[in-house]
Design a protein around this ligand. Structure first.
Ligand code: CA
Length: 468
């Protein structure tokens, strides 16, 4: 008799920066239930998205391919006729479900496929009394979205076919804006200030023009739809910035707290049912988020807070409790990893690689030492210039090619191309580009070669190249 295939519970949230997770050393909140996953398993310290916005990361996770291959470069609807890991798991005998945020378009080929059950929010979804689409049927559910997604996930687990392994994708809407807490958590953090990050008052000097041009500044760009009350009159510019930060970060952490409670309920269920031993439990987010670093909210940039995805995973048969790994892992790797655990071959078109060995404490000798990133949506939404780049364990080279190049939703207003280089060992906060430092010229040359190699290997070579 062969060993039973592991169940997979993939819990993914939206815009959850790892600075707001206890296991990652948060100084602003506590996440006891997410931490249970980390304490019982492994924390990945260098897990990156390859295009830091919602829909593209989701399409990459499903397909194991970069945006230029799966077609979701920005907000294009997903063509669900592609090969995805849920489809392959379903064909391999898994029961599959997705509950919560989908955000890959709806109707026709964009509706969830490869799932025995699905119930998803249309678009971004609402925090309170959200409409959801259950297997094509729309209805409004009374309640708070995080609790609804938790309860639907529990119901599905309780009613599943117990003779089959399962793969459940629990996709929380939170903590995506507009950060509306539930009643239970609405008064958390009242009466004191959440500490601001060290580079809260970034002046955007010593970097390419993109940082100063971005419209994601807390004091200027957070608006009435995000903040629940008007600022007190007579505040100075700096006082207004501090006031808005407290409003934003407290609501953000409140919605995270609801989710953490819900994760606890699901973990309790797995334990009570004896499912915790044979279930791979993951907590991640579709990308990171600035929580006041550089004076910003939002994501998009290849800078660390946006690039890094939290990734906590527990699977007792193979993962040592309380461990961490620093190898470079990408969201293209998720699908190959799940297929590996399920004993299913990884299709050749998937561009990632299974990191099951890393989770088991083994580092393959030929594991990647660099990663490729591209943000396509030139100037749209928060004014961020289109860019691509390469990150190694120590360095990050960013190339702002700064053009729309026909990307749907991008704005056709080219800016002069620019480069940045960060030494993450000495400048983890990415405050000072050393691209022009004579001492770094060899590193720049080597990283340009590496960026060229990755572009070619991944088949993404349409971005113009400038050496200036
Ligand atoms: Ca997101």
């Amino acid at each position: 008799m062969t060993a039973r295939k592991p169940n997979i519970l993939f819990i993914m949230s939206d815009d959850h920066g790892r600075q707001a997770i206890g296991s990652y050393g948060s100084v602003i909140n506590e996440t006891p239930n997410m931490d249970r996953i980390a304490l019982g398993g492994m924390r990945l310290d260098n897990c990156f998205c390859t295009n830091s916005i919602c829909s593209p990361s989701r399409a990459t996770i499903l397909t194991g391919t970069y945006s230029h291959i799966n077609g979701v470069t920005a907000f294009n609807a997903f063509d669900g006729r592609q090969v995805t890991f849920p489809k392959l798991l379903q064909q391999a005998g898994y029961q599959t479900a997705v509950i919560g945020k989908w955000h890959l378009g709806q109707g026709g080929v964009s509706s969830p496929s490869g799932f025995d059950y699905w119930n998803v929010l249309p678009g971004q979804g609402l925090y309170h009394n959200p409409e959801m689409i259950e297997m094509g049927r729309r209805r409004i559910y009374e309640g708070y979205v995080t609790d609804l997604i938790t309860e639907m996930s529990l119901d599905w687990l309780k009613n599943r076919d117990r003779d089959k392994p399962f793969c459940l994708l629990t996709h929380h809407k939170c903590p995506h804006r507009p950060w509306e807490p539930d009643e239970k958590h609405a008064r958390m953090y009242e009466g004191y200030d959440i500490p601001e990050p060290a580079n809260f008052d970034d002046d955007y000097q010593h970097r390419a023009s993109a940082a100063a041009a971005a419209t994601m500044r807390i004091e200027r760009d957070l608006n009435a739809t995000d903040l629940k009350e008007d600022p007190p009159p007579g505040l100075s510019y700096q006082e207004l910035k501090k006031w808005k930060y407290q409003q934003f970060i407290k609501d953000y952490l409140r919605v995270v707290a609801s989710m953490d409670d819900g994760i606890g309920r699901i973990l309790d269920y797995l334990e009570a049912e004896g499912l915790d031993e044979n279930t791979i439990v993951i907590y991640t987010s579709d990308q990171g988020f600035f929580l006041g670093e550089h004076g910003w909210f939002d994501k998009r940039f290849m800078y660390e807070e946006s690039l890094c995805m939290p990734f906590l995973v527990r699977y007792p048969p193979e993962i040592e409790p309380g461990t961490a790994n620093g190898n470079l892992v990408l969201n293209t790797d998720f699908a190959p990893t799940f297929l590996d655990y399920a004993g299913h071959p990884v299709p050749a078109q998937m561009q990632g690689r299974s990191f099951r060995p890393l989770l088991g404490g083994q580092v393959p000798g030929d594991w990647r030492t660099s990663m490729y990133y591209r943000y396509w949506l030139h100037l749209a939404h928060h004014g961020v210039y289109a860019h691509c780049g390469v990150r190694t364990e120590r360095y990050k080279l960013i190339y702002y090619y700064a053009q729309a190049l026909g990307t749907p939703g991008a704005i056709d207003d080219p800016k002069p191309p620019e480069w940045e280089l960060f030494d993450l060992q000495s400048d983890r906060a990415e405050m000072h580009s050393v691209y022009d430092a004579p001492a770094c010229s060899t590193v720049v040359d080597e990283l340009k070669v590496e960026l060229g190699r990755l572009r070619k290997a991944l088949g993404d070579e349409d971005t113009p190249w400038s050496e200036s």
